[in-house]
Design a binder for this molecule. Structure first.
Ligand code: GCW
Length: 688
């Protein structure tokens, strides 16, 4: 990887005190037969082992006869040494993707075994082992058994085909050059490697907004193309080459489809999901896709939302729409991921997803997953969790998280999402009584976790070198939601910035403190949200402060602030199960960090510690800026300890982050002051 960063797959020479132990077991490797995934394993070992160990490893395809130790990667059927080293019934019982890593003695030699019952598991097992070498962990007594917590760990690309743009992507233009397919770019494989190394097993390659370019492209000729055209036969044929790259890494390809495709791609005059011709069109299209891409994962659909067509256009509902598509995928083992992101007809947008979908529980086909954003609004810095979690026990659900930082400073601010995701996963829904955290859902077949992608053509991939941590953490958490945030961060930092303890500790601290800082300067920290500038179509902003644009989201008046979502307001709090509903309903019990999401309160309402609401908002906005300055200083302390390119890039971004945090603080505090007329106790706000 030269034109772009290698992220956490850097493979730098391990320290001398590890070298002997590693070389003893990994100087040579045996990788069973030539399945696509195993050729990827072989390539990865060829890249990694010489770089890590400074050796030129032999890579056998047949069980070796050697007097030296070696690493064996294969299923128990592939080699007697593997079958004899691990309990084969344990291997057989592993979920798809699961694997074992084991240090063994074979013919008197120190060896290592990576085994699994599926080829995909061998890919993950190999990356796990390489991670251990990268982080200089001991490998003499390895006895690891790993299985993914969720069957589906998907990446949703909001890349707009042909335009090379990425809606809400801040890492540059799209890496996917559809116009040139079937020609492949090395970057595809490197992206697949990054994703597979953290266990992602599916990619939706195109934006859910299939009729809308994120912005007109530089090349006007491409503006004639629309995302739905990917379903045209010649496009699908070209798509096979991309699919084959990701297949080698155990990643199934998916496409977002436009619900009106029978009219747009076909020449029907309706897309009514109950119309026989429409059904026949979808069936033929699905058959065509599977003929070309046998491991195709399925369709992602955004229907009847933000201008996308859907079943409502024909007087049908979401079940009719989703099930019509599910029927044609079902014979091929494909799945429909149907998004619950709908809003528009209610005064409070928070209530709509639940109102729309909860009554449909039990009616969706077995191969439909309803994909729900983590919160009821839209990836705000902090939101309560969606009321749909735990509310649809008869339906497969997927949790949608945002890896990209649409509302968290985009590619400019160093905002780490893992602490937010942990908070979401740990939240007790009380769906099955106490002790039913969000993370315990999505565990059935057909369920899973989905991340909205963040990569682009930038050298850093993610627009900010530290934002690579969000991509890494997403995969690791979707594999193992119980892993501690600290351990995941530590892994990432060590692999990405090396073993230096000062660097490791500093970057870890920056990441872990960044989210709360962002909440403070962008919201005031009491549950307010979406005070963003919206911008024009194609130039949508969501970055600059503009609380005056969307007063409905924060409810500021002269008397008070916040949105009443209790039973005397929109009733959103009542969509949770008790005792969660009761807790949010009550001003006294509602957690402070969501207080103004659920309640409209006088500016001078006193919080638990006696501080007024408005004073706390002032204080938090100021604290957020101070914290951001502190994080910048932390980064600056690494001058000379991190390579120049990354050091400067992040340092410059921190300067802009501080300036932007100050802008937020000033705009918000002025706004609060102008509405409340209450001066800041410390005299920092208002006329000066
Ligand atoms: O709020 C919106 C985002 C859109 C996005 C949409 C969605 C892909 O601003 O950019 O469209 O959410 O999730 O469908």
């Amino acid at each position: 990887m030269n034109e772009y960063d290698s992220c956490w797959l850097r493979y730098e020479r391990v320290p001398d005190d590890r070298l002997d132990a590693y070389r003893r077991r990994c100087r040579h490797a045996y990788v069973a037969e030539e399945a696509p995934e195993l050729s990827a394993v072989r390539d990865e070992l060829r890249r990694a082992l010489p770089a890590l160990l400074g050796t030129d490893p032999h890579l056998w395809q047949h069980p070796p006869t050697t007097a030296e130790g070696f690493l064996a990667v294969g299923t128990p059927d592939d080699m007697a040494m593997i079958a004899e080293s691990v309990p084969t019934d344990v291997v057989d019982d592993l979920a798809d993707g699961g694997y074992l890593l084991k240090s063994v003695t074979w013919n008197g030699q120190d060896c290592l075994v990576v085994t699994a019952s599926t080829d995909r598991g061998l890919v993950y097992g190999t990356f796990h082992l390489l991670r251990l070498l990268n982080t200089h962990d001991p490998i003499a007594d390895l006895d690891v058994r790993e299985e993914p917590a969720y069957e589906n760990r998907l990446l949703d690309q909001w890349d707009t085909p042909f335009h090379r743009s990425v809606e809400r992507g801040y890492g540059g233009e799209s890496i996917f050059d559809w116009e040139r397919l079937p020609d492949l770019r090395p970057r595809y494989e490197d992206y697949a490697r990054l994703l597979a190394s953290v266990g992602v097993n599916g990619v939706v390659f195109n934006n859910v907004n299939t009729t809308k370019p994120a912005r007109p492209s530089a090349n006007a000729a491409f503006d004639a193309f629309e995302g739905w055209q990917l379903l045209e036969s010649r496009r699908l044929e070209a798509f096979t080459s991309l699919a084959s790259v990701f297949r080698r890494y155990g990643i199934r390809p998916y496409l977002s489809v436009n619900f009106a495709a029978p009219m747009l791609v076909g020449d029907l005059d309706t897309a009514d999901p109950l119309d026989e011709e429409v059904r026949a069109w979808w069936r033929a299209k699905a058959d065509e896709i599977y003929e070309l891409v046998p491991d195709f994962g399925g369709f992602l659909v955004k229907a009847d939302s933000e201008g996308q067509p859907g079943p409502y256009d024909y007087g049908r509902d979401h079940v009719d729409g989703a099930n019509a598509l599910a029927r044609v995928l079902e014979p091929h083992g494909g799945r429909v991921w149907w998004r619950a992101f709908v809003y528009g007809t209610h005064e409070d947008r928070a209530v709509q997803a639940y109102d729309t979908f909860e009554p449909l529980d039990g009616d969706f086909a077995d191969n439909v997953t309803v994909q729900v954003k983590n919160g009821p609004i839209d990836f705000q810095p902090r939101e309560p969790v969606s009321t749909l979690f735990g509310a649809m026990p008869e339906t497969d659900l997927g949790l949608e998280l945002q890896i990209t930082g649409e509302y968290t400073g985009q590619g400019v601010h160093a905002t780490y999402h893992l602490p937010m995701w942990k908070e979401i996963l740990d939240f007790d829904t009380h769906a099955d009584g106490p002790g039913s955290p969000v993370g315990s859902l999505f565990r059935d077949d057909g369920e899973g976790i989905v991340g909205v992608g963040s990569v682009g053509e930038d050298h850093s991939w993610t627009g900010h070198y530290l934002a690579q941590a969000n991509l890494y953490a997403f995969g690791r958490m979707a594999w193992d939601p119980e892993a501690s945030a600290e351990s995941v961060t530590e892994e990432w930092v060590h692999q990405t910035f090396g073993a230096d303890e000062q660097v490791g500790d500093t970057v870890t601290r920056i990441l872990h403190d960044s989210w709360e800082a962002c909440i403070d300067y962008e919201t005031g920290g009491l549950g307010l949200m979406h005070m963003m500038h919206n911008g024009e179509e194609y130039l949508e902003n969501h970055y600059d402060p503009a609380p005056e644009e969307w007063p409905g989201y924060h409810g500021a008046t002269e008397e008070g602030i916040g949105v009443n979502r209790t039973s005397t307001g929109s009733g959103y709090a009542g969509q949770y199960r008790d005792p969660v509903a009761q807790r949010y309903e009550s001003v006294a019990d509602c957690p402070e960090d969501l207080l103004l999401f659920f309640h409209h309160l006088p500016w001078t309402h006193e919080l638990d510690d006696g501080t007024t609401v408005v004073q706390r908002l002032y204080d938090n906005c100021f604290a957020g800026v101070e914290e951001t300055k502190r994080l910048r200083a932390e980064w600056q302390s690494l001058d000379g300890k991190v390579d120049e390119r990354r050091f400067r890039h992040v340092a410059e971004r921190f300067d802009e982050q501080v300036a932007q945090a100050e802008r937020w603080r000033d705009v918000l505090t002025d706004y609060f002051y102008n509405h409340s007329g209450v001066p800041d106790e410390q005299g920092r706000v208002g006329d000066d």
